[in-house]
Write a protein that binds this ligand. Sequence first.
Ligand code: ADP
Length: 510
Amino acid sequence: MIKPGLKIGIVLSIILVLPSLFFSTYEIGNLSQNEAVIDSVYSSQMESILFSINQYADDVMSAWAHQLDRGGLEIEQVLEKNYSIDALAVIDSSQFLLYPKEKIGKDSIQTLKNYLKRSSLKNATKIKTLQRYLNTGYQKIEAINSDFKGKSLFVFARKLDSTSWQTVFIFLNTDKFILENFGPKIQIIAQNRFFISVFNADREVFSNVRHDEPEKNIRQKKDIWLFPGYQLGIQMKGNTIEDLVRKRTRTNIILLIVMDIILLLGAWFVYKSIRQQLRLTQLKSDFISNVSHEIRTPLALINMYSETLEMGRINSEAKKHEYYKVINTEANRLSRMVNKILNFNRIESGRREYHFVITNLNEEVEVILENYKQHLDQNGFEIVFSVKDSIPDILMDREAFSEAIINLMDNAMKYSAKLKRIEIVTESNAAYTCVKVRDFGIGIAAKEQHLIYDKFFRVSTGDLAHKVKGSGIGLSIVKHIMDAHQGKIDLHSESGKGSCFSLCFPNRKK
Ligand code: ADP
């Protein structure tokens, strides 16, 4: 059969702990998925920003082609207006015209001329395709290979009339083009939210960020269509979206873990208190059966002896006297038992009242021993009482104190085996005045010492402890009495060697 405690544990796990742990695991899994989704949404958003910058470069080129087409600006004007264009060349079947910016030296002009001539031959097919496009109304600008470092070369076709064509080459300084055209566009797009930079290999050509700003770690990069080898990079400013998502995920995970810990603690608390209740219920039912047993013995004896006396069969006065004595002793035992239960009940319901008086501990113990001595003698106990002279008077409820000491002496008697000796010692220190009750009986195992003051608790292991009758409420009453006196109860005990209980009362303030 499954133990009730285990059963509660299983039920709590099934209805409380497992679902929430499942939920947490599921949520934590979801969070990292969400993180990936959000990350990809932002990646594509940044990608579209990069796309629009790329597109803008294309538009600038197309605008130039348009300006250079029929009806547009004069070649010199275009050259002058665009600081990044180093030279323009117009080629057709009859002529080759090169329009260089003044700063290009004579040698360079010749080299460029030769290069462009070779290029127009080399790219003849490409140029034919561009003319075909133009026929259908689409003027396309194409990048072609440039052997000049830092310069880019573009070509497009323009129509003079229905039969004659010209090929136009744009020779430009790539870095200047980027600074002149990308710069303002990037500033507008980036506003204050993104770092956008242009790189050529690892060299940063342009960035919207001033260099004293914190180091940026650009993760997302895209090639610039028009300029091979050049790349655009983008990153969010401040907290990147990755950081934000990671931070949020971390907070959520921490919250979930904290929630789980609280839940586990709660479940553990519920489990503990239910287990405690079950234990108490079990102890209560043991208590009822123990008390019934304890009451039955004196009742049976009283019954037997009184019946025998009633029948008038006993003639000897001495025998009669002995029978009356037994009846009396057993009746006293019964009444002590009933009083103990009533007192316990009063304590439990908070109705027990105490009447404190100033008194001397030595004197109190002496009176109790005088009354109790006969009972101890009858049971073959030797009692040794050593007093400490001149102990301070203390405040106590005399009746409650007597009840506590008798409980301790009763226990000392019940749990003593061969050596029937009880020592009572009074002593005093600066803070407390104490009385000790020592026996040489079975003692109490260390692991049970903290449980003996619990109501209904009884040690059930060991031969004598098992045989001896008791209710398990005596020490809980003693503890309550000492608490009411703001005193303390201490125990020194060793299995098999005996126990020594001390009741200590606080000294009165002077
Ligand atoms: P009980 O009526 O069972 O004696 P108590 O509350 O007085 O109940 O004591 C609780 C338990 O503590 C006892 O069942 C016993 O096992 C243990 N105990 C108390 N006093 C002694 C003692 N002097 N020696 C050994 N065990 C003791």
